[in-house]
Design a protein around this ligand. Structure first.
Ligand code: SAH
Length: 289
């Protein structure tokens, strides 16, 4: 994991929400997490796919298992193929540097092809973002895993908020690593799409909301972890306020050039900010449509 850059801690809220990071002396854009650079950054310890018993949370894999149709008499070759391809995707994500086994286990559990329109499902397990309609995308598996790894920091997560449900894929992955997950989407048809995609998986610990995620969910706050799946020029103040003390927020920040930012709430009025690797996300927008 990279060292934080040029950070003076703790920071007042104004410096976390403002453009202070972009103006810091010596600030240089970090590398962008494209599949290529991420592969160059790879750690050399191979990830060995966990056995079924290493699944992150029992209740969770139960939830996902319940969603499967009644066990067929004979093995389903189509499902076996997608399992093998998904395992290969997880191995690639691990090679790109994601080390958290709980996150890798979650990635192995969630059927990414179920979140992608049939015409594109052959590409479901390549490490790329793909269109989901309304000018939005399903995020690249590496970045989904990386953000959750950074947010988790090897600790258990109780309540987590995602801004930007999109097709619902990352929300499903989050539901494998946290006790309660809330996800907000501002585009009504995508909120409906996520509901439809997630329904067959019957994930009991996930709640979808239609609304402006920049406002967060004050009625449910505080959250131990918040992930933004869309990039703003700064992290909305409401979200910083809804982070529990000790909680961690991970967000892409920037316009043309974006970086992942990790913000940790260290006190009632204190937040710490670290700039991590480069990334590329769709924009965070206010309001609902
Ligand atoms: N989480 C997704 C990625 C979704 S793409 C995945 O699983 O791959 C980002 C999403 O953020 C888009 O659907 C976009 O509509 C949504 N978004 C942008 N601004 C938002 C806001 N203010 N509140 C809620 N959702 C927002």
């Amino acid at each position: 994991m990279k060292e934080p850059k040029n950070s003076t801690f703790p920071l007042p809220l104004s410096s976390v929400t403002g453009a202070a990071d972009r103006k810091r002396e010596g600030y240089a854009p970090a590398r962008v997490a494209t599949p290529q650079t991420a592969t160059r950054n790879a750690v050399h310890t191979p990830y060995v796919a966990p056995k079924a018993s290493a699944a992150p949370s029992k209740s969770h894999s139960d939830a996902l298992q319940r969603s499967q149709p009644a066990a067929p008499a004979a093995p389903r070759p189509d499902l076996m193929v997608s399992d093998a391809i998904r395992r290969a995707m997880v191995l690639r994500v691990a090679k790109q540097g994601v080390q958290d086994r709980v996150v890798l286990g979650a990635l192995e559990t969630v059927p990414r092809h179920a979140f992608i329109e049939p015409a594109l499902s052959a590409q479901a397990y390549i490490d790329a973002s793909l269109p989901i309609g309304h000018n939005q995308t399903i995020s690249q598996p590496y970045i989904v895993a990386r953000m959750i790894e950074v947010m988790r920091n090897d600790g258990p997560l109780q309540r987590v908020l995602e801004i930007g449900t999109g097709c619902g894929y990352q929300a499903a992955v989050l539901s494998c690593v946290a006790r309660e997950v809330y996800s907000i989407e501002r585009i009504k048809p995508l909120h409906e799409l996520a509901k439809a995609n997630l329904r067959p998986l019957r994930i009991a610990n996930l709640r979808l909301h239609y609304g402006d995620g920049m406002l967060g969910l004050p009625q449910v706050a505080p959250f131990d972890g918040i992930i933004l799946a869309a990039a703003g020029l700064e992290v909305p103040r409401a979200l910083l306020e809804q982070l529990a003390i000790g909680g961690r927020l991970v967000a892409p920040v920037g316009a043309q050039v974006q970086h992942l930012q990790l913000i940790t709430r260290t006190g009632k009025a204190e937040w710490m900010s670290e700039t991590l690797e480069g990334c590329h996300f769709v924009p965070l927008r206010p309001g609902t449509v």
